[in-house]
Each structure stands twice: as structure tokens, then as C-alpha cells.
Design a protein. Structure first.
Length: 298
């Protein structure tokens, strides 16, 4: 199936600008995550109500979607803080260890176990990520709160991917997105209020950045990625999302005048090769009849 793969590719492009926007540091990290979810919710909720596409199949699915929303909201907030308090590269690298956690979680809890090509591709992709951000980063790692938040962000994201994969087998994408978004808004709003985060007083550019995050990086990107997750393996989607690091580096070079070295170019190619390896299927598997369930998941 090509549609889920196309949706995933476009979704990755949409979220690739997110680290660049956060790096501008125009709003606090936690409140930035709140408005990212809130702006997306303001658009999506009226749409699903008017078109009558909000259909909850069970109470269990509803509450799992709520948990997904809270976890994802915390993930974005934690990642924002990690970027702003350390470096975008360090935070991005630590967060992008999530495929490892997804693979472990899928091995332990999902019936669709990660295949050998996933583990090979993940290792190659992480090597590419290391080349992309540079070896010096590891020598200069600051094991402070920002480092912990970076690791925590990757773990939270892994929990979100594994849980959403399970729920999307029962709920439609728009219903799932609506519940998870509203849950994220409530959780981040309460947390921001308790921590005394400012809900206003931002510059015009600050509000513009928040709007782009909400519409492009959240609403559009995650509708597409959720659609891909519904029809693809969670492990494969998680590794594919590492591709955002390559696009983010290109955008940083273009918009922020950050330099791109030959090592970064090589790292980018290695990372993309790792992603491609997770899509590799042995020839004999292609000739073996598949069940309807396997036909859906590519």
C-alpha cells in the first residue's frame, strides 16, 4: 500500500520544521506545547462535530485515547524544554532514541513482533544520527535535567506510538485525534497554570510560530502520521520519523545559516539507509500468501 507511506512522508516533512520553530525561543517550552495542541483542537473539534465523524466504539478505547493525549502532550512539552535548555541536536538525538524503546515495547506487548530488518535498520539509522549530529556532541553531553528530559521525551513518545497503534485498530483517525488533542490541551493547560507559565504577552512572531506549530506541525502532520500508524507497523513508523532529523538539518542550514559538513551529509544518507532497511522484506515473504491483517500493515 502506497497511501500510508505517502502520508507518513508528508507528515515527516510537516514536523521537520518544529525544532527550528522551537529553537527561535519566542515562547516558553511548556506553554508552546499547550498552544500547539489548543490551536489544532480549535480547528479539528468543530469539524468532527459538524461532519458527525466523532464515533467512540467503547469506553476502554476512549480512555486509552485520553491517556495517549496526555502522554503525547507531556512528550512535546518535555522535548521543548530539553531543546531550550540544552541544544536542539542533543535533545533531538535523545528523543530520537524512541525507536529502540518502541521496538522493546512491541517485542514485549504486541503480537506483531519487530522483525530482524527492524533491528538492523534501527542500528544503522542511529549510527547515521550520530554522524549527523557529530561525535563531539557525545564528548560534550551535559547530564543535567535537560538530558533527563531528552531521554524521558523518547520514552513518552514510544508509549504514545505503541498505545496509539493499538487504539487505531478500533477508532477512526479523526475520533482518536480529537480525543487525544483535547486531553493534551487539558493536561498541558493545568500543568502550565500550576507552574505559573504565561498564557499571553507574546510578540506577533511568537503567535505566528504558535499558529504554524498548531496547524502544520500538529494538526496536519499527526493526522497523516496517525493514518500511517493505523495501516503500518508502529516500529516502522517510529524509525521512519528519524528522517525528520535530516530535513531539520537542511532547514536549519537554509533558514538559520547553520553549516552542513560532509560528515553530516554522510550521516544523513546512512540514517535514510537505515530507514529503508526497515522496509525491506525478503523475497520469499513476498511470494507467501498473506492474511488480510498483514495486507493492511505495510
Amino acid at each position: 500500500m502506497t497511501k500510508p507511506r505517502i502520508a507518513l512522508a508528508v507528515g515527516i516533512i510537516c514536523i521537520s520544521i518544529f525544532p527550528i520553530l522551537v529553537k527561535l525561543n519566542l515562547t516558553p517550552g511548556l506553554i508552546s506545547a499547550f498552544y500547539r495542541m489548543a490551536i489544532a483542537s480549535v480547528i479539528l473539534v468543530p469539524y468532527v462535530i459538524i461532519t458527525k465523524q466523532f464515533k467512540v466504539t467503547s469506553t476502554k478505547a476512549f480512555w486509552l485515547a485520553v491517556i495517549c493525549g496526555v502522554v503525547f502532550g507531556l512528550d512535546v512539552g518535555v522535548w521543548n524544554i530539553a531543546i531550550q535548555q540544552s541544544t536542539a541536536t542533543q535533545a533531538t538525538l535523545l528523543t530520537n532514541l524512541s525507536p529502540v524503546w518502541v521496538g522493546i515495547g512491541a517485542f514485549l506487548f504486541l503480537k506483531d513482533k519487530p522483525k530482524q530488518n527492524f533491528w538492523i535498520g534501527t542500528v544503522v539509522a542511529i549510527i547515521g544520527m550520530v554522524l549527523l549530529v557529530g561525535f563531539d556532541l557525545f564528548l560534550n553531553f551535559d547530564f543535567n535535567l535537560a538530558f533527563i528530559f531528552g531521554i524521558l521525551s523518547g520514552m513518552l513518545y514510544a508509549i504514545y506510538m505503541l498505545t496509539s497503534k493499538r487504539i487505531l485498530g478500533e477508532l477512526q483517525v479523526l475520533t482518536f485525534m480529537t480525543i487525544s488533542l483535547v486531553s493534551s490541551v487539558v493536561a498541558l493547560g493545568i500543568l502550565s497554570y500550576l507552574l505559573g507559565e504565561p498564557f499571553g504577552g507574546f510578540s506577533t512572531n511568537g503567535w505566528l510560530v504558535l499558529a504554524i506549530q498548531g496547524i502544520v506541525c500538529q494538526l496536519l502532520a499527526w493526522l497523516l502520521i496517525s493514518f500511517a500508524t493505523k495501516h503500518m507497523r508502529a516500529t516502522r513508523v517510529s524509525v521512519s520519523l528519524l528522517g525528520q532529523a535530516v530535513l531539520a538539518s537542511i532547514l536549519a542550514w537554509w533558514l538559520l545559516d547553520e553549516q552542513i559538513s560532509l560528515q553530516m551529509v554522510i550521516g544523513g544518507f546512512v540514517l535514510l539507509l537505515g530507514i529503508r532497511l526497515t522496509f525491506y522484506e525478503k523475497a520469499f515473504l513476498k511470494s507467501t500468501p498473506k492474511s488480510p491483517k498483514n495486507i493492511e500493515e505495510v
